[in-house]
Every structure is written in structure tokens, then in C-alpha cells.
Design a protein around this ligand. Structure first.
Ligand SMILES: [Zn+2]
Length: 498
């Protein structure tokens, strides 16, 4: 069971309201030709939100993720060996896994995405297109497409403005070489087969009810709407541009397949701040699993959808991330710990949940430290973030030895630290320590900036750091006493004896 309460966003309610009466089939489709990134995830989450909005108004809804596994390999993904060029034109489901860990190239890229969807509790039916073709699911629409090849060709020419080859066919038989695209000569419709000629001029037969070929992408889009009974599908702007695949599919659906165009939503793309638009082919990708290393699934959903998926999203995983996490936690947790504080704790006592619990309790976050399993996860998010994304100001480590930067402290700062060392006690919480640090400075007439600067200098070797009260309270009081005492007047002890 999900612990978070799912709220249907207003935009999804509007989209659902614009769709007619059900039952509904919400479809989303992705080609697993390379890493399936967070931008692709946005499409699935848009579809999910609309499916949920339809369910909320009492509709029967089937939610389908159509993985285009039968699609030909067009370009080898970054990181895949050059030798895979020999598979260009082959179905992704029939290309071997470049790393040998899955059944095929398609599954290698699909599996991590499916896992991410599962961990996000996205309740979607994953269909692999090669299985649909092999089971004969697309035989009916394929026959229709071949019968109306002339009409489909005209639509393609009119919409794209490009002349199609004379022997153009909506159906691409798989040739003996494994490549898709033999030239169709004849349709034997009662046997659901075509006769075709391959690259070398050999004639052969392709059974389209057994997945021995597929429809070309633009025709397939309209054909699968009909076969699946799709009533809604979101698209990115690459498909909806003028002359793009939705323009042709819309006309093909209405004029050839006699099927109404499903409801549509255009989502915008996601960029990573500082890295540009995500692109599998350029290798600029962020995978859902990368993000699940720094935040829980619910937060990932919220971040990827954003306030309005029709707008471009600039993912800020650095400077702005702690604020995002704090807003998310404030809405989903009873006792949220500020993310920046978790980051401090995670770096101060790495991998030690017991000491982290003590540190949080002393820092004033006793309630949040009650569930060790949850705390362990949260500390892992915070530590991963600190290591991979955090700006320098968030990176810290309490120095094991007195940092050399401490040499720059003036006499007043040293006296201040000595005074704090005398008064700090084990049972003080974050508020008490904050009061002590501040009150001692004021009492001595020392500016708070100089006072807190001294604290950070002797602990972190830096002039600034996290909120001092909970940070210092989280440390062992004996350690703090010793460290602060060393730089106070006591430092001359060696000199006196010598
Ligand atoms: Zn693999």
C-alpha cells in the first residue's frame, strides 16, 4: 500500500473531463532503443494522472504501456559496441543484449525502467509490441493497412510533402538477413501473408499474423489506436510538430481505419539544469533509478510531473533540491527533518544509523529518528545527494583533527570557544546549543558572524556551515569540549612546559 495520498492534479482533471464516456484505454508508448530516461518517465506519469482522473469519476480504465520492442534498431545507443552496427534494421527484441544480462537489447533498456515504474507503484500493463505481433493481435489492422496502401501512401505524401517510393508498403516484412523492409509484391489476404522480395532479389513469404514483419511506424501508430481501442495518449512535441507522426496518424485513423482520434495531451520536455535537454542519442540522460537514489518514489513523481507537464521543466538537483525535498516532506510527513540537516548528519556519521539517531535526537528531531528503517533510507538519499549533486557549500565532513584553518582565529574567537567548551553539556538539544553559542557571543561582545565562523572553522575547516545549534548538538559533547578547548587559552600549555 502506498503511504502517500494521491491527489489528482487539476490539469489531469481537465483532460479527463474533455474525454468522452468510457470505457477508456489510456496508452503510452516508448521505443527501448536506448536508456529510457526521466523525460520518457514524464510521458508515463502524464498518462497515469489522466487514467487516475478517469477512474476517480467512476470510469473503467485500462492503462497500457506499449513498449515498441519490434521496432528496428536505427542507431546504436551511446556505450554500445560499434560491432552492433550489424544489427541496424533488426527488431530490438531480436538484437542481443550488449551487456549480456537480459534476453535482448530491448529488454536490457526496458527492464530498469519497468523496475522504476514498479517502485513508484505505477499500475500499468506493459505490452511488448513483438509479442502482440507474434500473437496475431495486429493481424486485422495489418491486413486493413495493406489493403488500403494507396490511401495511406497519399496521406503520407500530402502531410509530409514528400514523394513516397512507387512500391511503398505500410508493411515491412522481416527478411532472411533479419532486417525489416523487404519490398512487398503481393498480398495473400486469406492466408494473412505477403510475398516480398529481399535485398538480394530473392522472393519469400512473410506471415503477418506471426510477427514476421511489422507496420511502418507512422501507420502503426494509427493502427494500434484501433487495435487497442485507445481513447487517450500523451505525446511529446517531437511527434506533434507540423507534418509529424500525429498529423499523419490522425488522418489515417479517420480516413482509413475508421477510428476516432484518441484524446491527446502535449507534454513538454525536461532539462537538467546545467546540462541541457535530455537526449538518449547524445548520452545526456538521467535515469529514473539515478533519481530514486536521492529521493523516495513519491517525490520523484512529483518532481517529474511538475506543476504543469505542458510546460518545460528545468530539473534543479543541486542548489534548489533541499527546498524541493522540504516542501515535499512538509506535505507527506508528520515530523520532517530539514533535508539540509539530514545531509549534515549523513556526512558526519556516514553509514552509522545508531549514531545518526543519537545525533538527530540531540538536534531536536527525536520523533523523526523513531523508525530506523526509514531513517536509513533517508540518510542514504541525503548522502548520495551530497556526493553526486550537492554544491560545495553543502559538502562537509567534521575533521578528525584540528583543521589548519584554525590558525587564523583571533584571540577573541579563541576565548569564545573556550567559554563555550566550559558550558556545553551532553544533554543539550539543538535549541539549547544554539542559545549557548549565540548567548556566549553576545555576552562577550563578539559579533555572531565571528563567533559562528570560529565554530565552523575548528570543526569543518570552513567559515560557514549548516545551522550551528542542531549541528553541534548532534556531535558528541566530549569531542566538542576538547576541540573548542584546544584552541582556547589552553593551547599555550606546550609552550609553558618547554
Ligand atoms: Zn542487460
Amino acid at each position: 500500500m502506498s503511504s502517500t495520498v494521491y491527489q489528482i492534479p487539476a490539469w489531469a482533471e481537465r483532460v479527463a473531463a474533455s474525454l468522452g464516456p468510457g470505457p477508456h484505454v489510456v496508452v503510452t508508448g516508448i521505443s527501448p532503443s536506448g536508456n529510457i530516461h526521466v523525460g520518457n518517465l514524464r510521458e508515463v506519469l502524464v498518462a497515469e494522472a489522466v487514467a487516475n482522473a478517469l477512474k476517480a469519476r467512476g470510469e473503467r480504465v485500462r492503462f497500457v504501456f506499449h513498449a515498441d520492442t519490434i521496432d528496428p534498431l536505427r542507431k546504436i545507443a551511446p556505450g554500445v559496441p560499434e560491432s552492433f552496427k550489424e544489427y541496424i534494421g533488426h527488431s530490438l527484441s531480436r538484437v542481443p543484449d550488449p551487456e549480456g544480462c537480459h534476453a535482448s537489447y530491448a529488454d536490457h533498456f526496458l527492464a530498469p525502467f519497468e523496475e522504476a515504474l514498479q517502485s513508484m507503484e505505477v499500475d500499468v500493463e506493459v505490452l511488448r509490441s513483438h509479442e502482440l505481433y507474434e500473437s496475431g493481435f495486429y493481424a486485422g489492422v495489418t491486413r486493413e493497412a495493406i489493403e488500403y496502401a494507396g490511401e495511406l501512401r497519399n496521406i503520407l505524401q500530402e502531410v509530409s510533402g514528400r514523394e513516397m517510393p512507387e512500391h511503398w508498403s505500410p508493411y515491412l516484412p522481416r527478411m532472411a538477413s533479419g532486417r525489416l523492409g523487404g519490398r512487398v509484391l503481393e498480398h495473400v489476404s486469406e492466408e494473412r501473408k505477403v510475398v516480398y522480395v529481399d535485398e538480394d532479389g530473392w522472393e519469400d513469404v512473410s506471415d503477418y499474423a506471426k510477427g514476421e514483419g511489422k507496420l511502418g511506424w507512422r501507420v502503426e501508430l494509427a493502427a494500434r489506436w484501433k487495435a487497442l481501442g485507445a481513447t487517450f495518449e500523451p505525446f511529446g512535441k517531437d511527434h506533434t510538430s507540423r507534418g509529424g507522426s500525429t498529423d499523419t496518424a490522425d488522418r489515417m485513423a479517420k480516413e482509413v481505419f475508421q477510428y476516432p482520434v484518441p484524446g491527446r495531451y502535449e507534454y513538454e520536455w525536461i532539462q537538467i539544469r546545467g546540462r541541457g535537454a535530455m537526449s538518449s542519442s547524445k548520452g545526456i540522460v538521467l535515469l529514473p533509478r539515478d533519481m530514486l537514489e536521492i529521493m523516495p518514489p513519491g517525490a520523484l513523481k512529483r518532481m517529474v510531473l511538475g506543476r504543469d507537464p505542458a510546460r518545460a521543466l528545468d530539473l534543479d538537483l543541486a542548489e534548489g533540491f533541499p527546498r524541493f525535498m522540504d516542501e515535499y516532506r512538509a506535505e507527506t510527513e508528520a515530523y520532517p527533518v530539514p533535508f539540509a540537516h539530514l545531509v549534515t548528519v549523513a556526512q558526519t556519521v556516514p553509514g552509522d544509523t545508531q549514531r545518526a539517531t543519537e545525533m538527530l535526537s540531540r538536534g531536536g528531531y527525536k520523533e523523526a529518528a523513531r523508525d530506523p528503517e526509514k531513517l536509513r533510507r533517508e540518510l542514504a538519499y541525503a548522502r548520495n545527494w551530497a556526493e553526486r549533486w550537492a554544491p560545495e557549500t553543502y559538502r562537509l565532513g567534521v575533521r578528525e583533527d584540528l583543521p589548519p584553518e584554525a590558525a587564523s582565529l583571533n584571540e577573541e574567537q579563541r576565548t569564545y570557544l573556550g567559554a563555550v567548551a566550559e558550558k556545553i553539556e551532553d544533554e543539550m538539544d539543538g535549541y539549547a546549543v544554539q542559545d549557548l553559542l549565540y548567548g556566549t557571543a553576545v555576552g562577550m561582545g563578539l559579533k555572531p558572524k565571528a563567533a559562528f565562523g570560529a565554530v565552523y572553522t575548528v570543526l569543518l575547516g570552513k567559515k560557514s556551515g549548516p545551522k550551528a545549534g542542531p549541528f553541534v548538538a548532534g556531535l558528541d559533547a566530549g569531542f566538542v569540549r576538547e576541540r573548542f578547548g584546544v584552541v582556547s587559552g589552553d593551547t599555550t600549555d606546550g609552550g609553558l612546559e618547554g
